[in-house]
Design a protein around this ligand. Structure first.
Ligand code: CP
Length: 312
């Protein structure tokens, strides 16, 4: 794997392998690079959990972080994402983590950079590392994907999370459904739509999505009536199967996508997802660096033993 940009081209084996590495890091030990490596984190769009979990993942791996503050960078002089990324490579970055508002910002970069690139969010295109941490969270509860009923609920049209997850879950054999208010459907994704009331009764996983206010041209819904008609109310949650779980990539619009009381209810995995974000990002980074021949001489901290690979 040269870059981590989309779930579209990942096989079932590749997806599961990353989950297994992340699960190993969360359970039995974490590697640390012994050679000096730099990761440049370029967030052209705001982020809390993705950026923080990449920073924690990189620091746990012993990778030094280059965190460009966009408002104090040469972007304010009109420098492009391409020239910014090339600059990071030129000063010695070994890895680029990028979030940008364009759906396909990486297409030009992949042909002109000699370091791995990770997509930390691309417009309304894809958010593949969010998808991987969602998959890890599901895997920890169920141990498999084939035949699970997974309903992705909410603002499908403006969601990069929906696209990445629907593709990967389909690859893994899950039954993927969408539920959306009128106007929030995305007909470019070929999955069946059901109502939220059907969803709560049949799902194993209810994956709620944030309403992406910042991507709407105008506010065309009322939060209270949206919650009652299309959201996870307390009454609807009571109809879910005992084993069913709730996911949400966050940030959450409390009282809109779901009742505020449900954010930390027993079937909610929302903060577990964030915790898994650190391990999944560690797993993606080590997988990429290994494939680029840069994973060398790592030690497993908890076990305190060398695994015997050398720095170049
Ligand atoms: N889920 C997610 O991408 O959150 P942030 O925008 O806070 O990174």
């Amino acid at each position: 794997m040269k870059h981590f940009l989309s779930t579209k081209d990942l096989s079932s084996n590749e997806l599961i392998k990353i989950l297994e590495v992340a699960e190993q890091y969360s359970q039995s030990g974490q590697p640390k690079f012994q050679c000096q490596l730099f990761a440049a984190n370029l967030f052209f769009e705001p982020s809390t959990r993705t950026k923080l979990s990449f920073l924690v993942a990189e620091k746990k791996l012993g990778i030094e972080t280059l965190d460009l503050q966009m408002e104090a960078s040469s972007l304010t002089k009109g420098e492009s994402i391409y020239d910014t990324a090339k600059t990071c490579e030129a000063v010695g970055a070994n890895l680029l983590v990028i979030r940008h508002q364009e759906d396909n910002w990486y297409e030009e970069l992949v042909n002109h950079l000699q370091i791995p690139i990770i997509n930390a969010g691309a417009g309304i295109g894809e958010h593949p590392t969010q998808c991987m941490l969602d998959l890890l969270t599901i895997y920890q509860d169920f141990g498999y994907f084939s035949g699970l009923n997974i309903v992705i609920v909410g603002d499908i049209k403006h969601s990069r999370v929906a696209r990445s997850n629907a593709q990967a879950l389909h690859t893994l054999g899950a039954n993927v459904f969408f539920a959306a208010a009128p106007g929030f459907e995305d007909k470019s994704l070929d999955f069946p739509y059901i109502s939220i009331d059907e969803a709560v009764e049949m799902c194993d996983v209810l994956m709620l999505l944030r309403i992406q206010h910042e991507r709407h041209e105008e506010k065309n819904y009322d939060s209270t009536s949206y919650h009652e008609k299309y959201g996870l109310t307390i009454r609807r949650e009571q109809k879910m199967r005992d084993s069913a779980i709730i996911l949400h990539p966050a940030p959450v619009n409390r009282g809109v996508e779901l009742a505020s009381e449900l954010v930390e209810c027993s079937r909610s995995r929302i903060f577990k997802q964030m915790n898994n974000g650190v391990y999944i990002r560690m797993a993606i980074i080590t997988t990429l660096l290994k494939d680029w021949g840069m994973q060398n001489e790592i030690i497993t901290q908890k076990r305190n033993s060398l695994n015997g690979i050398k720095c170049s």
